[in-house]
Design a protein around this ligand. Structure first.
Ligand code: SDX
Length: 434
């Protein structure tokens, strides 16, 4: 069978007339990439792509997004199927190992996660160093980073066994750390994990139970929480995942890399949007004011954007938002919660999706648009929304980190720049600086 002809693209430098051919590499799905690794050596030029709108930073087999079609696959499985038929522990196994687990594999995986949920007892003193009104994401940045100071026996990135233990520790301990951040803010005692509970059930109990009374996990909330974790688990090379990869490329330990991911996720343009959506809806206040908000969002000078709308990749409805929207209605109606913010959100979506500005720019609701309304109905304060996103996204971050570390071709990430600063100039002594 003759070898398939290698596809190339040719770059012509019109200033010199020189031609350069670069390989066109196909993936299994999605756009091909132009392999420009030799470009600087050939041409002396860098490419220029602030925000990486046209740049593939790596190859990966974990998550595929088709932004035009609104498709999200994790290891080939559609997010709608995983949200409907799977659970978060299976999705964690899938993201990390590449296949859905069989019964035994799932049992072993859940057993390992369950038996890593407790936090080193001394770590609770970190919380006491924070002000009670510290934003829980600030606490998460600090405490997750501090894991490097407690779990030294799983920081050697070149030891597969240590990598595996670090992965279990991160997935297992994030709910405990997150729940403790909430308890500390509330001035309530920390609650230890209970091994008989599910991952989501354990988290709900550590968050909402108090020593003064029995706490029974509500199965509706447990299922909704598990599904929300699935919807946030991974999302290709987004800002926080790219932060984790770049941190990991220097050989930093996995706990430090995940702490970097938490910090990046906090931004309102990224994972902080779920908190910003609720604040925006509360600020709009009523359906009557929706038109005014949409008008403001279209005015570049207002500095106001419809939080939870738009996406770098999705130019169609974010498939996660569709599942989240359905779950929102299910949870609120089952709980008998009538939240005017849900009606407000739906009216905002309806008006925005009919407005030429949003249609032309293909701005649709993203994963953050509805999540906050469910989380509010479940009893979480707005300040905890991004913490929950970080909790769920930890498995995505660490799966992408693992994929990179196990790649023999891994190199430290070191982008260049288009320099626009001062040219070389002689030093001026202080006495002559006027
Ligand atoms: C997440 O990358 C991921 O995968 C992220 C994420 C994940 O799972 O990891 O999906 C999670 O971060 C979802 C996004 C949450 N952020 C928000 O909801 C914040 C509001 N949205 C935006 O700020 C914005 O849409 C971004 C940041 C999400 C995407 O920005 P881009 O791709 O850089 O697009 P852009 O800012 O260049 O906007 C393109 C145009 C601009 O107008 P023009 O200059 O072309 O006239 O659309 C406008 C923007 O002004 N626009 C908006 C808007 N989002 C974009 N106008 C009003 N409201 C908005 N929300």
């Amino acid at each position: 069978m003759p070898e398939a002809k290698k596809e190339t693209v040719t770059l012509i430098d019109n200033t010199t007339g020189k031609k350069f051919d670069y390989p066109l590499l196909p993936g299994t799905l999605g756009p091909k990439v132009i392999d420009i690794r030799k470009l600087y050596g050939d041409t002396g030029y860098f490419t220029y792509d602030p925000g990486f709108t046209s740049t593939a930073s790596c190859d990966s087999a974990i998550t595929f997004i088709d932004g035009d079609e609104g498709i999200l696959l994790h290891r080939g499985y559609a997010i709608e199927d995983l949200a409907e038929h799977s659970d978060f522990m299976e999705v964690c196994y899938l993201l990390i190992n590449g296949e859905l687990p069989n019964k035994k594999q799932k049992g072993d995986f859940v057993h390992h996660v369950t038996h890593h949920t407790m936090l080193h007892e001394q770590m609770q003193w970190f919380y006491r160093g924070f002000r009670r009104d510290a934003h829980p994401m600030a606490v998460m940045c600090g405490v997750v980073g501090a894991m490097s100071a407690f779990y030294h026996d799983s920081t050697d990135i070149n030891d597969p066994r240590q990598r595996e233990i670090a992965i279990f520790r991160l997935i297992a301990k994030m709910p405990t750390i997150a729940a403790m951040a909430y308890k500390y803010a509330m001035g309530q005692p920390f609650v230890y994990p209970l091994n008989e509970l599910s991952y989501a059930g354990n988290f709900l109990r550590m968050t909402f139970s108090v020593p003064a009374e029995e706490y029974k996990v509500n199965p509706i909330l447990e299922k909704a929480m598990d599904r929300i974790f699935i919807l946030h688990a991974d999302h290709e090379q987004n800002a926080s995942t790219s932060t984790v990869r770049l941190s990991g490329s220097s050989g930093a330990n996995p706990f430090a890399c995940i702490a970097a991911g938490v910090a990046s996720l906090w931004g309102p343009a990224h994972g902080g949007a779920n908190e910003a959506v609720l604040l925006m809806l509360k600020e709009i206040g009523s359906k009557e004011k929706v038109g005014e908000a949409v008008k403001k969002a279209k005015d570049k000078n207002s500095g106001f954007r419809l939080m939870g709308f738009g996406h770098r990749v999705y130019k169609n409805y974010d498939p996660r938002a569709a599942v989240m929207r359905r779950t929102c209605h299910e949870v609120l109606s089952t709980l008998g919660v009538k939240d005017p913010l849900l009606d407000l959100a739906m009216e905002l979506e309806r008006i925005a999706l009919e407005d030429e500005y949003f249609v032309q720019r293909k701005l649709y609701p993203n994963v953050d648009f509805y999540s906050g309304i469910i989380l509010k109905a479940m009893g979480f304060p707005t300040s905890m929304f991004t913490v929950l996103f970080a909790l769920a996204r930890t498995v995505g971050w660490i799966s992408q980190w693992k994929e990179m570390i196990e790649d023999p071709g891994m190199k430290i990430g070191r982008p260049r720049q288009l320099f626009k600063g001062a040219k070389n100039r002689p030093f001026v002594p202080l006495s002559q600086r006027g």
